[in-house]
Design a protein around this ligand. Structure first.
Ligand code: UD1
Length: 416
């Protein structure tokens, strides 16, 4: 497995272009099954997870080309059974279930894979699809589902806010009979982007971005074009890179309004932040950050996907800070690795306490999930010596050209 050699003591400075959002692109790719007309999608990041999703579509019969723009012709999809080895690779593959059911009245898939950040059940996806009329049986690893006719629009009160289950419900409701109301829905910008994509295809979705989404079923969808929103987590990661390295980074082609809580916390840590319509500048030159107290929450709260990066900020900050994780139960694997580098962190149930230290030093560290990978690489950029970051496979799943972009900002990262 590839390792990175990260030379430390760097200030990270300059301009970076933010890629399209992985978490918006993945469900949109699977939703292409809902139409039989060609669609083209711009700003799709070139990532391993995206390529796996496209390979799943190709196995089902779709024609796909992905160069600068992604073209999908779903008209020839003729298979409702998705391949085991690909479905197991990504969590997002659960989003194929509702589109396959809508198109074929039946589907056969397997339990999805994905990052190791907790149990990550799919019970809510199954429960709400059943509520809308699907019959689903799960035997060992295999999910077999069928539906007579169309999904039936319903009022659904989500017992827990779930991004994934909200997306599954929208997929099922788009071509359902009647109105589906999704109450206590996830409000992430990715959900808004998905609704925009589907409305461009002729769907009737209102309320996306609020906690109540109304989906009035239509009889068919057409083809169209769409441009994926910028990746807010990639943006946040580069802003933290500047904040921890006494640097100054300007993120371009991003959307500041999607990062409100992240910017509030960076500002509280002492960063000078300015924003324009599609850029954010964070200036931390010659300033050591102040530690923060953070609690992750569903959007518009502080994102769990920025939790590890801010733990690193706390580790190198003045004072002691704490981070509480409320979304996933097992998202502190990276802590052991940061401790190897000299961090002083204590895990107390779902909270970590970070205590002030003077600096980090190099070590050989192992990545446990996507955001942990980015965090450990950033830690290597500011530690003394050469940090070896091992098991970086997770990184290429979710950050487009991450090491190249960091090297352009002054990092020294080599792949071996
Ligand atoms: C998505 C994002 C991920 C992000 C997360 C929360 C993608 C590909 N991934 O993941 O980057 O960290 O949102 O913002 O978009 N849950 C259940 N049963 C279910 C589904 C979820 O109990 O059927 C629980 C989860 O275990 C978790 C919570 O609900 O504790 C929220 O998970 P959810 O919002 O669904 O996350 P994902 O969609 O998996």
């Amino acid at each position: 497995m590839t390792k990175l050699y990260v030379t430390g003591n760097k200030n990270l400075n300059g301009h970076v272009i933010i890629s399209g959002s992985k978490n918006a692109a993945l469900p949109i790719i699977f939703m292409s099954i809902l139409t039989d007309k060609a669609i083209s999608i711009k700003n799709v990041p070139d990532l391993k997870d995206i390529n796996i999703a496209l390979r799943i579509l190709i196995c089902l019969g779709a024609r796909v080309t992905f160069e600068k723009v992604l073209y999908i012709d779903p008209s020839l999809i003729n298979n409702f059974s998705a391949p085991y080895h690909l479905i197991k690779e990504i969590r997002a593959s659960i989003w194929i279930l509702a589109p396959l059911l809508t198109r074929f009245g039946k589907a056969k898939i397997f339990f999805p894979g994905g990052c190791n950040i907790g149990a990550r059940p799919i019970d809510l996806h199954i429960k709400y699809l059943t509520q809308l009329g699907a019959k689903i049986t799960i035997k060992n690893d295999c999910i077999t589902a069928s539906i007579k006719g169309r999904f039936k629009g319903q009022y659904v009160l989500m017992e827990k806010i779930s991004v994934g289950a909200t997306i599954t419900l929208i997929s099922a409701a788009v071509l359902a009979e009647g109105l589906t109301i999704i109450d206590n829905a996830a409000q992430e910008p990715e959900i808004v982007d998905i609704a925009k994509f589907l409305n461009n295809l002729g769907a009737n979705i209102t309320g996306a971005g609020s906690n109540k989404i109304y989906v009035l079923g239509v009889s068919q969808l057409k083809g169209n074009e769409h441009k994926i929103i910028p990746d807010r987590i990639e943006t946040g990661t580069f802003l933290v890179a500047a904040a921890i390295s006494k640097g100054c980074i300007i993120c371009h082609k991003t959307q500041p309004q999607h990062l409100e809580k992240v910017l509030i916390k960076l500002n509280e840590s002492g960063a000078k932040i300015s924003t324009g319509k599609n850029w954010i500048k964070l200036d931390m030159r010659e300033t050591r950050p102040q530690s923060l107290n953070i609690c992750t929450k569903p959007y518009p709260g502080f994102p769990t996907d920025m939790q590890a990066q801010f733990a690193l900020l706390n580790v190198v900050a003045k004072g002691n800070g704490s981070i509480t994780e409320t979304i996933f139960e097992s998202r502190f694997h990276y802590v052991t690795e940061l401790i190897k580098m000299g961090a002083r962190i204590k895990i107390q149930n779902s909270t970590i306490q970070c205590y002030e230290i003077q600096s980090l030093s190099c070590a050989q560290v192992f990545c446990s999930d996507l955001r942990a990978s980015a965090t450990l690489i950033l830690a290597g950029c500011i530690a003394s010596g050469i940090t070896i970051v091992d098991k970086i496979d997770y990184l290429i799943r979710g950050y487009e050209s991450f090491t190249k972009k960091l090297n352009q900002l002054g990092a020294d990262i080599k792949m071996m």
